[in-house]
Design a protein around this ligand. Structure first.
Ligand SMILES: [Zn+2]
Length: 459
């Protein structure tokens, strides 16, 4: 017979061995650490600085919104709303949804804050934040994802479409993704799209049984989305499917031609791709995706949406915008090793005793406040270990503090690359680093230069 008492003892032992259970991050989330985190910050800095030059204002809206906003905004026929949102009831029994994308919240804010009343159109804003989609996680695809995006409200001019597209393109270029190509298409206005929708229905009707289940539903709700179905689109009969560009009316065609003309002027590399319809219901006229040559996945995309503001209860306002997935963007930059992320520090200050330590504390503060990147010792390591730690940080210089020298006001500075070292007066350390480290600061000589007769300096 099985000895249960024995088994019990065994369980207790294994539980003890296991100790306290570690808690892992939820599926589909990512921790940004080390190089990933630094590259991420770098990418965000490039984005911020570009946005500033184009005069787009930063906007920050809530991460959760009323569920209804996304149903009315993004549309009930999209996967994002029907299958992928994080919905919950809060403690006050309100239906709340974690935002699956950024546009609906920005547009809600535009209406709620009456930005249209400022006689300041177009309103140009950008955001950067996390979105939530309950989908199967994969490479560059997370349940908590990050996007930066742009929304412009209040201009129907094709010039606006072109500026927004070139902004996305130029940010990629600034980040080193010089092989970026914009795939662009037009969905036309409502009249053009209605005609196209009928043509699509007619065309796909004989193949209805062969289409995937999603497309069977799309056939009824939004036939345009059959065109970019990942399951079906390689099938033979997709080749001859109607092309939206053949269904554009005169105004829609004019708008699209102008966008392309302005993109040429802005030297944006683009391809016209009638297969791009985008996953969201609210687009009209221009739609586009941002691709790179060595990646089939689009980094992001967007387009014009002239009806969303009125659908959400605001005045009729033509809009254009886009969003780019930061996770994919950063992955792509890391995989190519093209980031400009700092991977060294200016100086590591080394010491052993308490007197030297006080000087280290003082000196680190002075140098940091003068703009240098400085590290020191915090855990009573031996000098030998401090050298190793300085190497770990790729420190350009080592500052060695020694009580005897300090009594005479001296410190030892060692160039960690050439291994040359010299003693200088501690009070001159900032000038020393200005001369040896910063490119854009004046050197010691320039600062203290006495303009004698016959001197050939510029001043
Ligand atoms: Zn399909």
């Amino acid at each position: 017979m099985f000895d249960f008492s024995n088994r019990k003892i065994y369980c207790i032992i294994t539980d003890r061995k296991k100790g306290i259970k570690m808690i892992s991050k939820p599926k589909g989330t990512v921790d940004l650490t080390d190089k990933l985190a630094r590259t991420w910050k770098y990418v965000e800095e490039v984005i911020d600085s570009c946005m500033e030059k184009y005069n787009y204002n930063y906007i920050r809206t809530p991460i959760f919104e009323s569920t209804e906003l996304f149903h009315r905004g993004i549309g009930d026929s999209t996967d994002i709303v029907t299958k992928e949102t994080y919905d919950f009831k809060d403690r006050g029994d309100r239906s709340i949804t974690l935002r699956p994308e950024g546009t609906a919240g920005v547009v809600r804010s535009y209406i709620e804050n009456k930005m249209y009343g400022t006689h300041n159109l177009p309103v140009k804003v950008y955001y950067n934040g996390t979105m939530y989609r309950y989908e199967r996680p994969g490479k560059g695809r997370y349940r908590e994802l990050s996007q930066y995006g742009v929304e412009v409200m209040g201009s129907s001019d094709p010039m606006m479409d072109a500026e927004v597209i070139s902004l996305a393109y130029n940010i990629n270029k600034m980040l080193g993704l010089t092989d970026t190509v914009v795939h662009i298409n037009s969905l036309g206005d409502k009249e053009s799209r209605d005609k196209y929708r009928e043509a699509l229905k007619e065309y796909f009707k004989p193949h209805l049984d062969d289409l995937c289940d999603d497309c069977k539903e799309r056939f009824v709700k939004n036939p345009l989305r059959i065109i970019d179905c990942k399951v079906d689109s390689n099938k033979d009969y997709f080749k001859d499917a109607p092309n939206i560009l053949d269904y554009l009316n005169v105004e829609s065609k004019e708008h699209f031609d102008k966008v392309c003309e302005y993109l040429d002027l802005l030297e944006v590399k683009y391809e016209i791709d009638p297969k791009i319809v985008r996953g969201l219901d609210y687009y009209n006229h221009t739609v586009f995706e941002l691709c790179t040559l060595n990646n089939n996945l689009a980094l992001g995309g967007g387009g014009r949406y002239n009806n969303l503001v009125s659908m959400l209860g605001g005045p009729k306002t033509p809009c254009v915008g886009y969003a780019v997935g930061l996770d994919r963007l950063v992955d792509e930059i890391i995989s190519r090793d093209i980031d400009n992320v700092r991977d060294d520090i200016d100086a590591f200050i080394m010491y052993v005793n308490e007197d030297e330590k006080k000087n280290a504390i003082y000196l680190a503060n002075e140098l940091r406040m003068s703009g240098f990147v400085v590290e020191t010792e915090y855990t009573k390591r031996s000098l030998k270990s401090q050298f190793k730690r300085a190497d770990y940080f790729n420190s350009k210089y080592l500052i060695l503090l020694n009580s005897d020298d300090l009594n005479e006001g001296l410190i030892t500075i060692k160039n960690n690359k050439t291994k040359e070292e010299e003693k200088i007066m501690m009070e001159y350390i900032i000038y020393y680093f200005d001369e040896h480290i910063s490119d854009d600061n004046l050197s010691i000589e320039a600062d203290f230069h006495n303009h004698e007769e016959g001197c050939d300096c510029d001043e």
